[in-house]
Each structure stands twice: as structure tokens, then as C-alpha cells.
Design a protein around this ligand. Structure first.
Ligand code: SER
Length: 858
């Protein structure tokens, strides 16, 4: 019986614990405060600060098994998943670390000892590789590691090979800790060679296309930090960072040679086989589908558990793409209804002991995946049809490429991520017109941006660029009239008579044109004897258009004017804009790092903020968010804006931007809490890319109040809030209403809830007793009078006014008692647009005639 994955993981951890390592739990898949990473992609991520010398831990040696996703960013395996037996989007990485403690000798020796002595892998099948240097980058070969291998282990020197920078120099991302590495590979035997794809190339370590040799363990000697300019800065201390894929080592130790055949995947594969009536090993097509679904279900389950929710942006979109890819492969094994969510408990059951969060979050994760599947299923089949007819057309035309238009249609209407369409195309031996798709996408963006403005955006392309840099200042400026847009024409000469409505264009302005969610300014443009009232300001291309009406004297091209925005209104807008940044920050503090901006409106009278989160906020969460924002307001912190090169801004840790939003270069960055945020980002409360206008200090927000929280789309919530004067007005209104209600009830305001509750109860009670009371005696007399008598039985069939069945029944009882002879009674009533029928028989009648009141009604 081979070892299970749980045993293998435990033995790895215990081996290093015995050598002085502290076990550290896997960090979240959502990288904490590291904008350079999409997902946690290696065990060392959580120790990045230790390597860089900016953080420390109470231990110098660590061991863990880390959840990793490599689907986007520097390390991306998504496209390969399913097509082979050893790539994954999600995997676990076993690792041991030394923080400035032991170095190459121990790391190499222990790895060898664990693999060969403890786990008994055949030594003659193992190979090592070391960094062979790179002249171009002026990096020396790792002679030390090369020499150490045969010294500290019994590997023969000829099985220690030199490798290139590609294979033997490890980096976590474009920047960050890195260094040369030594890898351990295993030779799986000649029969595993798939080098036939590369005729003439001999099998070997790190030979692409060869499955005979596979990498098992990577031991990195962290010695450098790659900085933003791409330079390698040597670190003061030297560290060890190792990583071994759990799935791979399990496949080797369990002797199955296929990661998907290990016990880690067995319950998933079995579930899929049963649910779809297929068999793993049945055919290439089925096997690929099974692998994709099993892999992607794990990635999505783990990611969503860690708060990475499928969405239309950033990492959330990667998860959505993975899920959609899985749903599409589901079709290949006849899964047409949502099914991936059913794998969540299978995964939690298998791995929940080591990752208890899987069990804790199971219900939420299932629900989330189910909703995603339901949504995509609605369009998937139709999308596949569209795709098929596009393929037919392409083949008929003898082309090899799916048009950008089709790719765009599939994306925009059917929710097909571009890489999904690409995959579908590749399966048919076709490519997609990516450039054409990008063009369509760009057009679409422009149209939707234009559609958002109230002003009829004319189809004018040669509008001049306006210098609007003065919008951030309050100093008055002078400008010149360039022309105006009227009836879809751009006029550059002549006069605009009083009463004309137009969009005036100046050479420069201090008006803020609507953008980034912030509404456009209003105000006046004045000149010697005239005034143009600005009702809205919009941006077309790079041109700021002041929309409004000429009030008295005509406006002439070339006139010198003074543009003056409404400063009070602008101040209210700024309160809401700074308030929005604080809200964005507070939501992340209260709900978690998965909160991302999904849209916003910053107006003078309110702010509206849409964000990713997949359930309604509790009252307590809302109050907590309000408290945090108001605390930041009371702290009277500085709000600072700096314009800087985009690549520099992008590297500021914690700097946030809105996905899909296009930012100019240089870009404006707004931070709250620290004016030196570009040097000391950790001092700032929030840092955002933002072109909007902001307060100077948080205290100018005045007071912040949330007035509603609702859902706008699946996984997107919306908060509307007030600041400053509006917040005061809102509170005063509420206070007045409460005061009035309390005065009517003659109680103190604080007792309102209890009293209203008591009144409600009272009303309910009264209503009930009113509806269950019978009829007055006059009505009863009338009913008896109007009744017919047949033999010795009174037949009372009549209409009454009753509100409830109870009331009718009590009238029937009253009649039965009041009638001097046996009675058969049937009453009808209409109450609340319902018809009520009740019948009752005196006992004698029922007996003599052998009938029941119920049958009579029927
Ligand atoms: N960080 C290295 C890797 O991911 C070793 O753990 O391969």
C-alpha cells in the first residue's frame, strides 16, 4: 500500500521540523498587500519581506505546504492544464526555508536525504542541475552548488548538470527576491519518453517535450532583489527557498506517473466518472475534460474559499475564466446543468483536514460556484452554436482565423472569455483575430463612455485638446474661446447669440469634465459684458466641453473669458470623492481584501460605490464601515495627490486602480494619511490612481453616513452614502420624524421601537378578535327569517358579511343554536376579493340524511 498524500505531506513537514524548522500555515491565495502578484504562486510569497530585509519572524527556519495558483502573471500554466497529466492551475507546494541561517550545503543534503533515505527513491534515477551562469547578465555560474552536490551527497558528479538562466534562476515576479537555483529531476524511464515530437533531440533534464525526466524539487538560493528598473541588487543576507509540488511527488511515490491518478484527485475523478458515466482512460477527449474539470474545480474552490470571488476584473476574472473553461469542458462529457459546485464537498472532504477553511466556507463556496454556473449556462450553448457557425463560415472561405467581430460577440453577448474562444478555435486548428477583437473592444469602450453622458456627443473627431490642469486649483484663470459645438457641428468663427444652447470650448479651463465617476462641474463663464451659464461639463476625447446657455451679450470666438466653477458645489463633490476613497478602504478592512471597486458615482449630493462582494452586508458591518470612515475623518489626515510616471506608480505597494480603467502616463495618485506615500507607502491609509478632485484634509468630509446597501448584479453590492451638508440634512430629517412620532405617542424618542412593536401586536390582536367574532343578533334573526323550511329542517342558504372563515364558522354555530329545529346551513361571503363558503349541519340532519357538510360544499 503506497503512502497517501496526507502521509507524504506530514512526513515532509516532520522531516524539517526535526531539523529545527517551524511549521507555518499556508498563507491565503489572495496575496496580502502585494500588488505585484495576482495569486499566491509560491511558498516563499509570505516570506518576501523577510528575504528583502523589511520584515522578520521569530524563527529562522520554516516549513509548510502552500496553496498556489499559477494562472496569470509570470507563472501561468492555465493553457496546459488538461492536455497533459502534470500541469495544474492550483497545486500545493511543499517547502522549507532558511532566513539568513543555513545555506546551500544543508539544503542540498537534506533534500537528497529525504528523497533517497526516507522515501527510498532510486538514487541512480536522480539528476541535479545547477545554474550555469549568464554572461550577458554578468552572472557567474554556481560553482559552489556544483561542487557541493558530490560532497554532501552520494550523487556522481556526472549527474550534476549546468542549466540556463531560464531553468536555473528563479524569480517570483518581475520584481522581488530571486537567485540561482538547483533542481532535482527524476528519470522515469525510457518508456516515458515523448521526445518523438522533437526528432533528433535526445531526452534529458530540462529538454522541452520530454516527459522522461521531470523536475521534482527546486532549491533556490535567494541572493538578489530584482528592482523596478530590472537591476539585480544583492541582498545583505542569503536565504534558502525550496519548493516541491505535492501532486508530483505523490505521483512518483504512489508509482502512478500521473498526478491525476494520485489519491489527491481520486475522489474527484470518481465523482466525475459517476456523474457523467465516463471513465478516466476512455479517450483523449474524455480524459482531457476530466482533468480540466478536476483541476479547475480545485482552483475555484480554493480561490473562492480565500475570498477571490468570480468577477469581471483582475483576479476575480481569472477565476471566472477558469470556471467557464471547466463548464465548457463539462459539455464534452454531457454535463449540461450546473455540476462543478457539487465537487466542492468532495474537495473539502479530501483536503479539509489540512485546510479547515474548506469545510468552514463550503456552503458559501458552493452557492457562489452554482450561481456562476447558472449564469454562464444560460448563454454557453447558444455561444457554442454561434462559434460553430463561425467555424463553418471560416472553413468555407478557406480562412484559418475566427474574426475579431465573432470573438467580441462571444465575449460581450455570451460571456466567453477570449482565451476560451481561443481554445475552442485551437481545437479546430484555427486562430482568432486578436487585433480585430481589440479594435472592437476599443470601439465598444468609446461608445459606452459616450453613452454615459447626457450631452449629445457629436461625431466630431478634430476637437482641440483643452488644458484643464487648473481644475485642481482654486486660483482664477483667464481663457480664450476657441469655438462651440452646436447641432452636431464644431463652429470656430463668429458669434453665439444670447439664448443659444451650446457646448463651449476654451483653450484652457478649471472646470472638471465628468470622468472617473465624478460628475462634471457647473458654473459660469464670464466676459466683459456677458455670461455663459454652464449646466454640465463633459469630456470628448481630450476636449473639455462646457454645456449650457448664453445669457445676455453674444459670445464671440477669440474672446477672453473667466471660467468659474461653482465652488460650493465642487466642495460638496470633493467631500464625496475623498469619502469614496475612505469607504473603499473601510470596506476592505471590514469585509476583506476581495473588495474591489466596480464602479462609482461622485456627485454633490451623494456618493455611490459599487464593489465586489457576494452577500448583503450585515447591520453590524455597515455600522463598522461607517465608524471607520468617520474615525479617519476625525483624525484630520492629509489628502495628497502626486503626478508620477505610471510604471513608478504601479510599483507603490498597496496602490489601487480600477481594473479596465485607462490611466494616462504620467498618472495621478491620491493618498490619504501620508504625504510621503511614494517613499513610505505603509504610512498611508489608502493609495489610489485617481484623476478626481479631492479635499486637502479628511476632516473636511464633515460627517459620513451610509443610507443604503443593495445588490446591483451577482457578486456586486452598492452603497450609497452622504457627506457634509447632505449627511447633516439626512440626520436632521430623521431626527425630526422621530421627534414627531414620539410626540404623537407621548413617549421619549428612545422608546419608539418598543412602542411601535407593541402597537403592532395590539393591532394584530384586535384584528383577530374582530374577525373571529360572530354576527349580531339582528343579522342572525334576518338569516333565520329568510330561511326556507322543508319538512322539519331549516335550510339557511344565504350571504353574510364576514372577514374570515373563523367568523363564518362562528355564525354557523350561532345559527345552529338559535334555530328551534334541526338546520342545514350554508353561508357565503366575499372578503378581500376571496370567496368564502362554510356549511354546517345539525347532528340530526347529518345522521338522518347521511351527509357531511364538506360533501355538501363539494
Ligand atoms: N520559489 C521556488 C519555486 O516556486 C522554490 O520554492 O519554484
Amino acid at each position: 500500500m503506497s503512502k497517501t498524500s496526507d502521509q507524504i505531506r506530514r512526513e515532509f513537514i516532520e522531516f524539517f521540523e526535526r531539523r529545527g524548522h517551524t511549521f507555518v500555515r499556508s498563507s491565503s491565495l489572495l496575496p496580502a498587500d502585494d500588488p505585484t502578484l495576482l495569486f499566491t504562486n509560491a511558498g516563499m510569497n509570505q516570506f518576501k519581506d523577510v528575504f528583502l530585509g523589511t520584515g522578520s519572524r521569530p524563527y529562522k527556519r520554516a516549513v509548510n505546504s502552500q496553496k498556489c495558483i499559477r494562472a496569470g502573471g509570470k507563472h501561468n500554466d492555465l493553457e496546459d492544464v488538461g492536455h497533459d497529466t502534470y500541469h495544474h492551475t492550483f497545486f500545493e507546494m511543499l517547502g522549507n526555508w532558511s532566513f539568513g541561517d543555513y545555506f546551500k550545503a544543508e539544503a542540498i543534503q537534506w533534500a537528497w536525504e529525504l528523497l533517497t533515505d526516507v522515501w527510498g527513491l532510486p538514487k541512480e534515477k536522480l539528476w541535479a542541475s545547477v545554474f550555469g551562469g549568464d554572461e550577458r547578465l554578468n552572472l557567474a555560474p554556481d560553482d559552489e552548488a556544483e561542487k557541493l552536490w558530490p560532497e554532501v551527497t552520494d550523487i556522481p558528479p556526472e549527474r550534476v548538470l549546468r542549466g540556463s538562466i531560464k531553468d536555473n534562476f528563479w524569480e517570483m515576479g518581475d520584481t522581488g527576491p530571486c537567485g540561482p537555483c538547483t533542481e532535482i529531476h527524476i528519470d522515469l524511464g525510457e518508456d516515458k519518453c515523448d521526445g518523438s515530437a522533437h526528432p533528433g533531440i535526445a531526452c534529458g533534464v530540462n529538454v522541452d517535450g520530454c516527459r522522461r525526466f521531470i523536475e521534482l524539487w527546486n532549491i533556490v538560493f535567494i541572493q538578489f532583489n530584482r528592482d523596478e528598473s530590472g537591476k539585480l541588487e544583492p541582498l545583505t543576507a542569503k536565504h534558502v527557498d525550496t519548493g516541491m509540488g505535492l501532486e508530483r511527488i505523490c505521483a512518483i511515490l504512489q508509482g502512478v506517473g500521473d498526478n491525476y491518478a494520485t489519491d489527491l484527485f481520486a475522489p474527484l475523478i470518481q465523482w466525475i466518472e459517476q456523474a457523467s458515466n465516463v471513465r478516466y482512460g476512455q479517450s483523449d477527449q474524455v480524459d482531457t475534460a476530466i482533468r480540466v474539470i478536476a483541476d479547475h474545480a480545485r482552483a475555484c474552490t480554493f480561490a473562492i474559499t480565500d475570498g477571490i470571488i468570480p468577477s469581471n476584473e483582475g483576479r476575480g476574472y481569472v477565476i471566472r475564466r477558469i470556471l467557464r473553461r471547466a463548464a465548457r469542458f463539462g459539455r464534452k462529457i454531457n454535463q449540461h446543468e450546473p455540476f462543478i459546485y457539487k465537487l466542492v464537498p468532495v474537495i473539502a472532504n479530501k483536503m479539509g483536514q489540512f485546510f479547515p477553511e474548506l469545510i468552514e466556507q463550503q456552503q458559501r463556496v458552493m452557492q457562489c460556484i452554482l450561481e456562476e454556473e447558472q449564469a454562464f449556462n444560460k448563454t454557453l450553448d447558444r455561444g457554442l452554436e454561434i462559434f460553430e457557425s463561425a467555424v463553418e463560415k471560416v472553413l468555407k472561405e478557406g480562412s484559418k482565423q475566427i474574426s475579431g467581430e465573432t470573438v467580441f460577440e462571444l465575449y460581450a453577448t455570451y460571456g466567453f472569455p477570449v482565451d476560451l474562444t481561443q481554445l475552442l478555435a485551437a481545437e479546430r486548428g484555427l486562430a482568432i483575430d486578436l487585433a480585430g477583437y481589440e479594435r472592437k473592444m476599443e470601439e465598444h469602450r468609446e461608445i459606452s463612455a459616450a453613452g454615459a453622458t447626457a450631452f449629445q456627443v457629436p461625431a466630431i473627431t478634430d476637437l482641440p485638446q483643452t488644458d484643464d490642469s487648473a481644475k485642481y486649483t482654486s486660483t482664477p484663470i483667464r481663457a480664450k474661446v476657441i469655438g462651440w459645438i452646436i447641432d452636431n457641428n464644431f463652429i470656430r468663427t463668429g458669434q453665439l447669440p444670447p439664448g443659444s444652447k451650446a457646448g463651449v470650448i476654451l483653450d484652457k479651463t478649471n472646470f472638471y469634465g465628468e470622468t472617473g465617476g465624478q460628475v462634471g462641474d457647473t458654473g459660469v463663464i464670464t466676459w466683459e459684458d456677458g455670461q455663459f451659464r454652464v449646466e454640465d461639463t463633459q469630456i470628448i476625447g481630450h476636449c473639455v466641453v462646457h454645456i449650457g446657455e448664453v445669457e445676455n451679450a453674444p459670445l464671440e470666438v477669440g474672446t477672453e473669458v473667466t471660467p468659474q466653477y461653482d465652488a460650493d458645489r465642487r466642495m460638496d463633490i470633493m467631500r464625496n470623492h475623498t469619502g469614496t476613497h475612505l469607504l473603499n478602504w473601510a470596506l476592505r478592512m471590514v469585509l476583506g481584501e476581495h473588495v474591489n471597486q466596480a464602479g462609482s458615482v461622485v456627485a454633490p449630493d451623494r456618493l455611490r460605490f459599487d464593489f465586489t462582494h457576494n452577500k448583503a452586508l450585515t447591520r453590524e458591518e455597515i455600522l463598522q464601515v461607517e465608524r471607520l470612515v468617520n474615525e479617519a475623518v476625525l483624525a484630520d489626515e492629509p489628502v495628497c495627490a502626486k503626478i508620477m510616471p505610471k510604471d513608478k506608480a504601479e510599483k507603490i505597494p498597496g496602490a489601487r486602480k480600477v481594473f479596465d480603467e485607462k490611466y494616462p502616463d504620467p498618472v495621478r495618485v491620491v493618498a490619504i494619511g501620508a504625504d510621503d506615500f511614494d517613499i513610505n507607502p505603509q504610512r498611508a491609509r489608502t493609495i489610489e490612481f485617481c484623476g478626481g478632485t479631492h479635499l486637502q484634509r479628511t476632516s473636511q468630509v464633515g460627517f459620513f453616513k451610509i443610507i443604503s446597501e443593495e445588490s446591483v448584479a451577482r457578486g456586486i453590492r452598492r452603497i450609497t452614502a452622504l457627506t457634509g451638508k447632505e449627511a447633516l440634512r439626512y440626520i436632521q430629517n430623521l431626527d425630526e420624524s422621530a421627534r414627531l412620532a414620539a410626540a404623537i405617542l407621548r413617549i421619549p424618542m428612545e422608546q419608539l421601537p418598543q412602542r411601535v412593536e407593541a402597537l403592532q401586536q395590539e393591532i394584530k390582536r384586535l384584528r383577530k378578535s374582530a374577525t373571529s367574532a360572530g354576527a349580531d343578533s339582528a343579522s342572525l334573526e334576518r338569516l333565520l327569517d329568510e330561511a326556507e323550511q322543508i319538512g322539519q329542517v331549516k335550510i339557511i342558504v344565504n350571504q353574510v358579511e364576514a372577514k374570515s372563515p373563523e367568523q363564518m364558522r362562528s355564525i354557523v354555530d350561532q345559527l345552529r343554536q338559535k334555530s328551534k329545529i334541526p338546520a342545514a346551513i350554508m353561508l357565503g361571503s366575499t372578503a378581500d376579493e376571496r370567496v368564502l363558503l362554510v356549511a354546517g349541519l345539525s347532528e340530526e340532519v347529518a345522521k338522518t340524511h347521511n351527509i357531511h357538510a364538506g360533501d355538501w360544499i363539494k
